[in-house]
Design a protein around this ligand. Structure first.
Ligand code: HEC
Ligand code: HEC
Length: 194
């Protein structure tokens, strides 16, 4: 009786061991081509806002000083080209108030790369500041918007009603309640540096 029980236990242990080895050998490897939707047919349909600019509800910032999502339709506004940037027509600080749009913040008029460029100018690799500014101004009277900010849709995206594939448990912690709808990066930019 006792021996039988002992045999039984060892059989179970042996089986578990074999099963364990099997599992280790057959551990499922997910091929990179199986990641995402590529082999699962078309992704679920999502809808972008259809609200025309001026009729949309602004969305809270994802976190403090996150680039705000575009709440309105971008139909007919994209793509942004060198000759045509419809966004500027409503969001340039000089016109934004009249258009009821949020003005582009001061950070968008600072060329953070100019120090690097100045070095390149000295080496004759880059054209001088005045020529560079004149060329930009000529592009379409874009005041002095920093060139890195010209392509708005590189950072600002229209929100879609897409269901997250993986739940996001991140909850933003705004230090200032205004930060939910306004950015203040221009004032806090050097925080911790100076
Ligand atoms: C016809 C004027 C107009 C044009 C053109 C326009 N916008 Fe807007 N935009 C608005 C208005 C007005 C709002 C405020 C929400 C609303 O009423 O739709 C807004 C809101 C936004 C916001 C949210 C700001 C915030 O504080 O949450 C972003 C980002 C934005 N627009 C980006 C863009 C981009 C990028 C383009 C170009 C693809 C663009 N807009 C073109 C008028 C415009
Ligand atoms: C390189 C990324 C980037 C590009 C390109 C960019 N933005 Fe932004 N934008 C941001 C970020 C980040 C913020 C929030 C922090 C800040 O104020 O700089 C912001 C903030 C804004 C705001 C909110 C300002 C406020 O006071 O709350 C508006 C409006 C806006 N951008 C419009 C535009 C428009 C229009 C363009 C194109 C002409 C543009 N942005 C291009 C990153 C970008």
């Amino acid at each position: 009786m006792y021996l039988k029980k002992l045999l039984g236990v060892s059989t179970v242990l042996a089986l578990l061991f074999v099963a364990g080895c099997g599992a280790a050998q057959k551990a499922k490897v997910v091929n990179e081509s199986e990641l995402g939707y590529s082999d699962r047919g078309t992704p679920p349909k999502v809808e972008y806002s259809k609200a025309a600019p001026g009729t949309a509800q602004k969305l809270p910032r994802s976190y403090e000083n996150a680039p705000p999502l575009i709440p309105h339709s971008v139909d007919g506004l994209l793509p942004i080209t060198l000759k045509n940037n419809a966004c500027l027509g409503c969001h340039m600080p000089s016109v934004a108030q009249a258009m009821g749009a949020t003005p582009m913040p001061p950070t968008h008029f600072k060329d953070f790369f100019f120090k690097t460029k100045e070095k390149l100018i000295k080496q004759g690799i880059y054209e001088d500041k005045a020529a560079y500014k004149a060329r930009l101004a000529k592009l379409a009277k874009k005041e002095d918007i920093a060139p890195q900010r010209y392509n708005c849709s590189q950072c600002h995206v229209p929100q879609a009603n897409a269901k997250p594939l993986v739940e996001n448990t991140f909850r933003p912690d705004y230090r200032n309640p205004d930060a939910k709808h306004r950015s203040n990066l221009n004032e806090t930019l050097m925080e911790g540096v100076q």
